[in-house]
Structure formats: structure tokens, C-alpha cells
Design a protein around this ligand. Structure first.
Ligand code: PMT
Length: 404
């Protein structure tokens, strides 16, 4: 979702950087709108680097009004979040004063507005500020309560900007009060596995983790309680409830099997090594002969094990596997679905340069009980969304796990 993050001139402005990061980690797109005084506390460049978007600082800078930007932005954002909000901006919002970009955006947008006030204790309790807060609350503006503690001015009391995690959680609650996957536990695997040959070498693959991370982020967006089991990747993971970092297929297997019974859904997007070195050398293997032979043995088949367990016990999560193929895509993927007893299998033609490993886009065919659905080339975020649509419709017949 697109969030306009309004930053006003308070000491807590530095915390807004963490708020922007937290929102991004939950899969949101953030555009920072800074007032002139905010730029005296934190440089716009910091927000530009974090959000990877131009920071709006001045309503009257050349170009800013070419497409009447505050109106365009006002109609596209899903949330206007202001953190920190000074007494000054609250007064402008409450009284309809529109003399800069942020105050104009507030009046122009019909998106929900969430405000995190931050000011000195005496100011916060002043009659004028209280009245402005009440006026705004009556108009549907929501607030993140300021925290208590030491304020920059030396006072102790209420007025400090709430901690970034609280602000992010409040934004999430406004954005998805009732996600369709609320109450569902979803486990996602992502990334490659590395199978060590010796202390410096390993057998691995080109998976970046993007596909699995996109699924975890989308499940989060839909309100699920997400556990992400990730192989070694350099990407920043979405802010799931539980992130389990693993290295090898064996570690991934243990992490998944140990949690599977508590899950409603398991989506295995990781590219797990099928074979690993039979033995890991304790010391770095010295260079010797012109050729060497590496003996590999089969790794545990995690999806296969989940499928077999469910078949024998009659219990277990809804299973979604992926199939990375370079030929006979649908036939091979369908055979994997049957062999591993998965509900859905996502057939991925990894011979394409614009799909599969280490790119932002994917083109897949989702194969399930009611047939195959081809999804054309699109972002992995959109592919994730289509997969979760299928998951949701299969889940509708199953009660949520107790306690989730
Ligand atoms: O990470 P990205 O760069 O975004 O790339 C995404 C992807 C190409 C890795 C992803 O879209 C994908 O296709 N993942 C599955 C890769 C794979 O291992 O496919 P497979 O056909 O070998 O395995 C079939 C299924 O069994 C997969 O769900 C896999 O996670 C699972 N498996 C495989 C081997 C094993 N030992 N245990 C398993 O559970």
C-alpha cells in the first residue's frame, strides 16, 4: 500500500526514519512529505535513500505543481501518517489551514489519517492543543498516543513520540483491520540452501529469496500470522512474526517440520538442494589432482515429508509447493504435485531470463484440484497475490488452527 509519511519539525523527526523502514519491511511503499522545519532536524536525503522516492519538501518548488501533485497524491495514497506531529501541524489540520504541502495534502485526501503527536508535556496538556486533538478525533483522525519519559527539553512526562514499532503497528491496524487471512498461520520457505563442502566452499543455487519474501509480505498484508524460514540471502526480510534463518536443507527441514503442525498453510518457495556433500571436510580441502570427485547424497525432501505425514495422519497444513522446471513444465509439475501430495503446485519455468531465479518478475502456472491457471509475466508481488487468492479459496473450507 502507498503511505504518505508526513514529518514535521520535532526532535522525534529522527524516529520517522525508522518508521519509514518499518513500513517498507511490511511491504508498503512510502513517500515522505517533510515540512520546512522538519528538514532542519533530519535531511531529506536520508528519507530519499530509505524510501527510494523523491521527498516532497516544498509545495512551490518548480515542477511540484506540474500535475497538481498534492491532488494526485491525495487520491492515490492509502494512508496519511504524520509522525512526529507538532502542536503547529495539529492546529493547522484542526483549523483547515493549508499553507504548505502537508497541510494541503491533509485537506485534499480522503484516505485515513493517523497522527503521532510529539511535543513538550506542558504543550501537550495545553487547552488549545487538547481542543485541536478533540476536533480532529471527531473528524475521524486516529492517534498514536505519545509516550511518557524524558523529553528532549529535560522534562519528564507525556509528549515523547511513540516508539517507531508502535507507530508502524498502529498504521498496520488502520490499513488492515480485518485481513482475509487474519487468524491463519502461514509458514513460508524462501531462498536457497547452502550445502557445505568444507569450511570455505559450498554447493548452492541462484535463488535470491524474492519469491518467498513476496509471498510472506503478501500473507502479512492479508493479516496472517507469518513464519518465514529463509535460506542464506542478502535481501532484507519482511517483518514477519517469526523469522528463522537456516543454511542447509537439513536445517530447513528441521525448522519446517518442527512448526508444521501449528500451521494452517505451508508454502515452500525455497530452492532446496536435492543433494549435499556426503561428508563435510573439517579443514579446507587442499588443491591437488587435476580432477576431484565430490560424493553427494540425497537431502531430506521437506515437501514430500509434509505430504506423506498428512496422508498418514489425516492432519497437517494446506500444502503449496513450487516446481522449478526447464522443460515439460505443466506435466512435470503436476507429477510433483501428485508425488508429494501437495494441494497446489506453482510451476515455474526457470529457463526464462525474466522469470524464476534472482529477478523481480515471474511467470508461473498454478496447478490445483480444479485445474491449471497460467499467470503471465508480472512482478513477484502480484504473483504472490494470485497464489494467496488460490490459497484463500482452498482455506475457506477449513477451520483455523486452535489458538491462532
Ligand atoms: O528466490 P528467487 O530468486 O525469487 O527465485 C524463485 C524460485 C525460482 C526459487 C521459486 O520460484 C521456485 O521455483 N522455487 C522452487 C525451487 C525448487 O527447489 O523446485 P524443485 O522442483 O526442485 O522442488 C519442488 C518443491 O519441493 C519445492 O517446493 C521445494 O521447495 C521442495 N523441496 C525440494 C527439495 C527438497 N529437498 N525439499 C523440498 O521440500
Amino acid at each position: 500500500m502507498l503511505i504518505a509519511l508526513g514529518v514535521t519539525g520535532g526532535v522525534g523527526a529522527y524516529k520517522a526514519v525508522e518508521v519509514a523502514r518499518g513500513l517498507q519491511k511490511r511491504g508498503h511503499d512510502v513517500i515522505a512529505v517533510m515540512t520546512a522545519t522538519a528538514t532542519r532536524f533530519v535531511g531529506p536525503l536520508t528519507f530519499e535513500a530509505i524510501t527510494r522516492r523523491r521527498v516532497i519538501t516544498d509545495q512551490f518548488e518548480p515542477g511540484a505543481n506540474a500535475d497538481i501533485e498534492h491532488i494526485a497524491l491525495a487520491s492515490t495514497i492509502d494512508l496519511l501518517l504524520v509522525a512526529p506531529a507538532t502542536a503547529n501541524i495539529l492546529a493547522k489540520f484542526a483549523n483547515g489551514i493549508a499553507d504548505d504541502f502537508l497541510s494541503t495534502l491533509f485537506i485534499a485526501t480522503r484516505a485515513p489519517v493517523l497522527v503521532a503527536p510529539s511535543m513538550n508535556t506542558q504543550m501537550f496538556s495545553h487547552e488549545a492543543v487538547r481542543r485541536n486533538l478533540e476536533t480532529l478525533a471527531a473528524r475521524g483522525v486516529r492517534f498514536v498516543e505519545p509516550g511518557e519519559g524524558y523529553l528532549a527539553c529535560g522534562w519528564i512526562g507525556k509528549g515523547r513520540l511513540a516508539e517507531p514499532e508502535e507507530v508502524v503497528a498502529a498504521a498496520e491496524a488502520v490499513l488492515r483491520p480485518e485481513g482475509p487471512l487474519r487468524g491463519r498461520r502461514v509458514l513460508v520457505t524462501a531462498g536457497p540452501t547452502f550445502e557445505d563442502v568444507d569450511p570455505v566452499r559450498y554447493v548452492g543455487n541462484r535463488s535470491s529469496g524474492r519469491m518467498g519474501f513476496a509471498i510472506a509480505a503478501e500473507a502479512l498484508r492479508r493479516g496472517a500470522d507469518v513464519t518465514l524460514v529463509a535460506g542464506p540471502t542478502t535481501l532484507e526480510a519482511p517483518a514477519v512474526r517469526e523469522l528463522v534463518r537456516v543454511r542447509s536443507a537439513r536445517e530447513m527441514r528441521d525448522a519446517v517440520i518442527g512448526r508444521a503442525d501449528a500451521m494452517d498453510v505451508a508454502i515452500l518457495a525455497a530452492a532446496v538442494a536435492d543433494y549435499a556433500p556426503a561428508e563435510r571436510a573439517a579443514q579446507k580441502m587442499p588443491k591437488g589432482d587435476d580432477t576431484i570427485t565430490l560424493v553427494l547424497k540425497k537431502t531430506p525432501d521437506i515437501l514430500g515429508e509434509l505430504g506423506t505425514r498428512r496422508l498418514s495422519s489425516g492432519r497437517g497444513p494446506l500444502l503449496v509447493g513450487f516446481a522449478a522446471e526447464t522443460e515439460d513444465l505443466v506435466a512435470r509439475a503436476s507429477a510433483k504435485r501428485e508425488k508429494k501430495h501437495a494441494d497446489l503446485i506453482v510451476a515455474n519455468d526457470v529457463s526464462r531470463v525474466d522469470a524464476g531465479f534472482d529477478v523481480d518478475t515471474n511467470a508461473v502456472t498454478v496447478i490445483g484440484p480444479e485445474g491449471a491457471q497460467a499467470l503471465p509475466l508480472q512482478t513477484k508481488a502480484r504473483v504472490a497475490s494470485a497464489i494467496l487468492d488460490r490459497v484463500e479459496s482452498l482455506l475457506s473450507a477449513r477451520p483455523a488452527k486452535a489458538g491462532s
